[in-house]
Design a protein around this ligand. Structure first.
Ligand code: UD1
Length: 370
């Protein structure tokens, strides 16, 4: 029997591990002579009910086998706490493989801890690069890839980036996108969501906004401009703005939250299924998230990304994403352009077909985690 531990920490991790868990379970049903025990470790980087528990419920994930409860903190404190707690789990459980996903602090913390105990590491969503070393996620990606034994890549740019960095070809596998696996798998549930009715929205007649990157939400000046931008957008369409805790804390700190007009509907973070319904039926999405660039591309929804770089260039090259930068005047004209009907044509990137997790499990198991 082989034991595998997958790590989740922050909101964008949960929907990436759900399809892997399902694929391992299916494998175990069909292969009686070679069994796999797939365990889930939640570091607790995100801990609010609405940033974490609702995702376990929506994604039908079992209660995590291990919960490290690390919570928030500075980068060093958070990363260090995850390492200390995860090491205890690894020493007790002695897994054959640790799977990490994405680029959050829990990703590097757990891969580093495992590797130093000579436990193999698989990185799902490897090879993505923004080439912006001021992003903590970029540092996490580069370091995690450097020490991983299996690197599972979502888009072709990842293959080239890893080649340029000298990663041997036999560690790298182009498998598609587990986040899109979830998007496809949960569509029947998404179609039953009542969120549009609850928020009095009509399909394709509203803008969905999510912003949480420090470059957009950490200073008073950028938040003041953001409030003006959202109010201006609200003159054109209803705006739905589920607010990340970081953004909410800062809007409150600078006493700006009450300046948003009524046409901007603010809410707490929204669960996976309801949020995907908003993504699917938005006329336009404005975001600085990584994953939403991909989800909108898959669904063919117009997306304006308020960042200067993207580690997911395929969403701009073939998808419906436009990388606008963080100048909100420029963003305003790009949004108005889309709302006037100037839409960007897009198509679905290669291998974003709902089967990435199956491919990953097949590769890991055919290798028998030697
Ligand atoms: C993290 C990830 C980022 C990802 C984002 C998605 C890193 C470096 N960053 O950023 O890549 O896009 O998650 O949400 O790992 N907070 C709460 N409740 C929670 C979680 C956070 O109130 O459940 C608040 C805390 O005040 C915390 C702040 O949000 O200090 C930031 O949380 P943190 O996990 O440090 O980073 P995120 O900005 O969420």
């Amino acid at each position: 029997m082989k034991k595998i531990i997958s790590v989740v920490g922050a909101r964008p991790n949960f929907m990436k591990v759900a399809p892997l868990h399902r694929a391992f379970k299916e494998f175990s049903i069909y292969n009686l002579e070679f069994t796999i025990e797939h365990l889930i470790c939640h570091t607790g980087q995100h801990y609010d009910e609405k940033m974490s528990k609702v995702f376990f419920d929506d994604l039908e994930l079992p209660k995590p086998d291990f919960y490290l409860g690390v919570g928030s903190g500075s980068h060093a404190a958070q990363t260090a706490k995850v390492m200390i707690e995860f090491e205890k789990v690894l020493l007790k459980e002695k897994p054959d493989l640790v799977i990490v996903v994405g680029d959050v602090n829990s990703t590097i913390a757990c891969s580093l801890t495992a590797k130093k105990l000579n436990i193999k590491v698989a990185h799902v969503e490897a090879g993505l690069r923004s080439f912006d070393m001021e992003m903590p996620e970029e540092i996490n990606r580069i370091l995690t890839d450097r020490i991983s034994d299996y690197l599972f890549v979502t888009e072709k740019s990842g293959l080239q980036n890893l080649k340029n960095e000298g990663v041997p070809d036999d560690k790298v596998f182009f498998v598609g996108n587990v986040m899109i696996d979830s998007l496809i798998y949960y569509q029947p549930k998404v179609d039953q969501s009542n969120i549009l009715d609850n928020l009095c929205l009509f399909p394709f007649s509203f803008c969905l906004v999510t912003l949480h990157r420090p470059s957009n939400v950490d200073t008073k000046e950028s938040l003041e401009k953001l409030v003006d931008f959202l109010n201006r957008l609200g003159e054109e369409r209803k705006v739905v703005f589920p607010i990340h805790p970081r953004t909410k804390n800062n809007l409150e700190k600078y006493e700006l939250l009450h300046l948003l007009n009524n046409s901007v509907k603010i809410s707490d973070p929204i669960g996976y299924i309801d949020f995907q319904a908003l993504v699917k039926y938005a006329e336009l999405i404005v975001t600085d998230s990584g994953g939403i660039q991909e989800e909108s591309t898959y669904l063919g929804v117009q997306c304006i990304t308020l960042r200067t770089t993207t580690e997911r260039p395929i969403t701009v090259e073939v998808g419906t994403n436009q990388l606008i930068g963080i100048d909100l005047k420029k963003a305003e004209s790009a949004c108005l352009d889309v709302l006037k009907g100037n839409k960007k044509e897009g198509r679905i990137p290669e291998l974003w077909d709902g089967k990435a997790a199956e491919r990953i499990v097949e590769i890991i198991l055919s290798d028998k985690i030697n």
